[in-house]
Write a protein that binds this ligand. Structure first.
Ligand SMILES: Cc1ncc(COP(=O)(O)O)c(C=O)c1O
Length: 383
């Protein structure tokens, strides 16, 4: 074994994947309700994405960002035409997108403090680790990047207490993903947007998990009728090809002038080809309407079959982002669920997280709910 053991890996090795189905090296098939942690939003090897990448493979694979790349312009326009943002910086991951957002916020405002939230997750680089409101992520890595402060999610007073004249931005996920699938309340988001505006503080939304149709809207912030100054994307944007994006409003363009920030691979043409196909497919009214309908159907199934189980505390859902909060630690259930034929994720200690492809069928939803019920109904709650 020559890999650092940074992941607790399950004994499941994929040999092939199509749509919602992954097949392991022994030929066992599983429903993929984790989609590589919210990445393959269009399912595995979606035909439009596959075609776009194959076509790009025959043209060129990489040139430096010192040269113009029309495909980057096209993807950037696909994002800005469909969002409140005006300018896009491409990178390769979620952490890099958030890193760019933090850098831009500091440079554009000349202020230093960034307020984030307990239980948030923003990445594993030094800046994004400092932004992440989870002690276990920072443990053992020495002094963190300074001037990060953590407020309590959904409590506006905790934000008010931390805001001062040195505050550059408040940064948050509209649904905390890794933290346990916890949606922001509407009143909190409305108040937060007002507080930020009043205090001249930027609002950064981390849409890395919630963006690109995951919650039934193009971007999660749309549920709240607010406009972020900056938002970040990754995961679903490339449907499996590594790409990240930091998107900001017009007034911040000068802070990221030539030489201020960069990435060798950012905006790689293969990733851009995938992203272009993803945006064309998902940013379509019928597609998103269909996602909302599937989300409603999944919710009905969960309420009927899973919510009544004694092991289950609560079900939280925004679009096709679901948390089944249980009364005990759930990590030991994952191998049992794999045996039943489904891959799901864990968030926090007690939450089973479902992030099915947005292309999932009703039959697959029914099969998934049956698998989960079979496993959860045998779990005993110790008091
Ligand atoms: C909300 C959020 N932000 C940032 C990240 C970090 O993304 P990456 O792992 O691509 O660096 C993640 C990853 O899970 C995430 O869920």
């Amino acid at each position: 074994m020559a890999l650092f053991p940074t992941y607790n890996r399950f004994d499941f090795s994929i040999s092939e994947a199509t749509g919602t189905i992954v097949t392991d090296i022994h030929g066992n098939k599983c429903l993929d309700f984790g989609t590589g942690i919210g990445v393959c939003n269009l399912g595995h090897r979606h035909p439009a994405v596959q075609k776009a990448v194959e076509e790009q493979l025959t043209k060129y694979w990489h040139v430096s960002n010192l040269y113009k790349q029309p495909i980057q312009e096209e993807v950037a326009k696909g994002i800005t035409d469909n969002s409140t943002g005006d300018y896009v910086f491409f990178c390769n991951s979620g952490a890099e997108a958030n890193e760019a957002a933090i850098k831009l916020a500091r440079k554009a405002t000349g202020k230093e403090k960034i307020i984030t939230f307990n239980q948030s997750f923003h990445g594993r680089t030094f800046a994004t680790m400092a932004a992440t409101g989870q002690e276990k992520v920072r443990d053992g890595f020495g002094p963190m990047l300074e001037k990060f402060a953590y407020a309590t999610f959904n409590e506006i007073d905790s934000v008010n207490k931390l805001i001062d004249e040195n505050t550059a931005a408040v940064m948050l996920e509209v649904v905390q993903g890794e933290g346990g699938v916890i949606p922001a309340t509407e009143s909190f988001m409305t108040e937060l947007a007002t507080v930020c505006k009043k205090n001249d503080v930027l609002l950064i939304i981390d849409e890395i998990q919630t963006g690109i149709g995951r919650t039934g809207k193009k971007f999660g912030y749309e549920h709240y009728g607010i406009e972020p100054d900056i938002f970040t994307l990754a995961k679903g944007l490339g449907n499996g090809l590594p790409v990240g994006a930091m998107v900001a409003k017009q007034e911040f363009v000068d802070a990221f002038g030539p030489g201020s920030h960069g990435s060798t691979f950012g905006g790689n043409p293969l990733a851009m080809a995938a992203a272009k196909a993803v945006l064309t497919t998902i940013f379509n009214e019928n597609f998103l309407q269909d996602v909302e309908e599937k989300a409603t159907y999944l919710n009905e199934q969960l309420i009927e079959h899973i919510a009544p189980l004694s092991f289950v505390r609560e079900i939280r859902q925004k679009g096709l982002m679901v948390g089944i909060d249980c009364k005990a630690n759930v990590s030991s259930l994952i191998p049992k669920l794999i045996e039943k034929g489904i891959l799901v994720l864990v968030a926090g200690e007690t939450v089973l997280r479902l992030l099915p492809p947005l292309t999932v069928s009703k039959e697959e939803i029914e099969q998934a709910v049956t698998c989960i019920k079979d496993v959860l109904q045998t779990e005993k709650v110790s008091v």
